[in-house]
Design a protein around this ligand. Structure first.
Ligand code: NAX
Length: 366
């Protein structure tokens, strides 16, 4: 049996976690030979609900569930975590402007970035789910100077999966026969679900669907899907979000299936002309625990315009929280090459390369 890995989850008693935790415990994310330690984090007033959820997890008798720990603060909850899934965030309240929402969440993610920096495993992989996810990822990452920006990601896989599901339904194809969908930009209504590189069974999708349907129905449907679900259900997407978290982390850790492209919110290195240092959803492939942006795609004027719109929104979000971003981490986010770290895991017991750092210097690309 392999050594257990530590997975920290904030917002652990919420709706998304309610679906997610059972999949984490049954091996869906890390594989069916990887034991897990779940470090569950909630607000103090939700600890009793969290205790109930932990009892349910125990009652499933999952062979891979090594330990569950419960925490009412992130400093303790992130201790030695190899993976951190940041779901807890403040929802928009009545009369709250978008700027207010950005500000209250900025405080939460500033603290979480610092706690990851100080307490998590040096090679922690972080996924931000709580909204506004891209900008929350930026804030957390900018507050973690010891970690590489490439260790932080934002969830746009739900948008990617939504695009695939809706397209599969429209064309009658099986979702597994569709590849090359890209979601560019922000996890918001400005995102650009791009089908120009998508194929069904190897054939370009845009040859098989009506351009009017693509531009006037498909794109807005994917962009506003979250709102449509809230309208219909009265609450926001939960099970599909949990599934997307599993897909995102499993691909990052275990690799994307050969040749497949997925969408991840990651720090921009300037690819495709996107401003460096913001968290933007790009097409990526993953292997050996690292992701790489798919390069060399031809983009037409329509795509470039759509990508610009969502980039502009992210720049506005960044401007609204600029005063909370430490100046000392600006350079590392805009010049990735000076701060990338290896993907080697350092265990809390001191084994790992740090003890041998005199002989081992690592600056491998993550
Ligand atoms: P819930 O309201 O059901 O659960 C959130 C939980 O987080 C609550 O139990 C709350 O007590 C806890 N929490 C709040 N602040 C916390 C903090 N600072 N530390 C620890 N715990 C904290 O929301 P849920 O439906 O689970 O959604 C959670 C977040 O995901 C929301 O921000 C939501 O907007 C966002 N989403 C993001 C998606 C994405 O694709 N990126 C899609 C789904 C979802 O809308």
């Amino acid at each position: 049996m392999r050594r257990p890995v530590r997975i920290a989850i904030t917002g652990a008693a919420g709706a998304i976690s309610n679906s997610l935790l059972f999949q984490l415990a049954d091996g869906s994310m890390m594989g069916d030979d990887q034991p897990v330690i779940l470090q569950l984090i909630e607000m103090p007033e939700r600890m009793e609900a969290l205790r109930g959820l932990a009892m349910e997890l125990e009652d499933c008798a999952f062979p891979l569930l090594h330990t569950i720990t419960l925490h009412d603060n992130v400093e303790e909850g992130f201790n030695n975590a190899h993976y951190a899934i940041l779901i807890g965030a403040r929802p928009r309240g009545p009369g709250m402007e978008r700027r207010d929402l950005l500000e209250v969440n900025a405080e939460i993610f500033t603290r979480q970035g610092k706690a990851l920096n100080d307490h998590a495993n040096r090679d922690v992989k972080v996924l931000v789910v709580g909204n506004p996810a891209n900008t929350n990822a930026l804030i957390a990452s900018r507050n973690a100077p010891r970690l590489s920006p490439s260790q932080f990601t934002a969830l746009t896989r739900l948008d990617h999966n939504r695009a695939k599901g809706i397209l599969a339904n429209h064309t009658g194809a099986n979702p597994q026969d569709i590849d090359g969908i890209i979601v560019w930009g922000n996890h918001s209504t400005t995102q650009f679900p791009d089908l120009h590189h998508a194929r069904v069974l190897g054939e370009p999708v845009l040859n098989q669907i009506d351009d009017g349907w693509y531009k006037n129905e498909f794109i807005p449907r994917v962009q506003t899907r979250g709102g449509q679900i809230i309208q219909a259900r009265g609450v926001s997407s939960a099970a599909s979000a949990a599934q997307a978290v599993i897909h995102h982390m499993r691909d990052w850790v275990l690799g994307t299936p050969s040749g497949q492209v997925v969408s991840m919110g990651i720090v921009s290195d300037g690819s495709y002309g996107i401003t460096k240092g913001i968290f933007y959803s790009f097409p990526v492939r993953c292997n050996y625990g690292r992701y790489q942006i798919v390069r060399g795609l031809q983009l037409n004027d329509f795509s470039l315009q759509m990508m610009k719109t969502t980039e502009t929104e992210l720049l506005e979000e960044k401007a609204a929280v600029e005063h909370l971003l430490p100046a000392e981490t600006a350079a590392s986010h805009e010049n990735l090459s000076i701060c990338l770290r290896s993907g080697v895991t350092l265990y809390a017991d001191g084994t790992g390369p740090e003890s041998a750092s005199k002989y081992l210097t690592t600056n491998r690309v993550m």
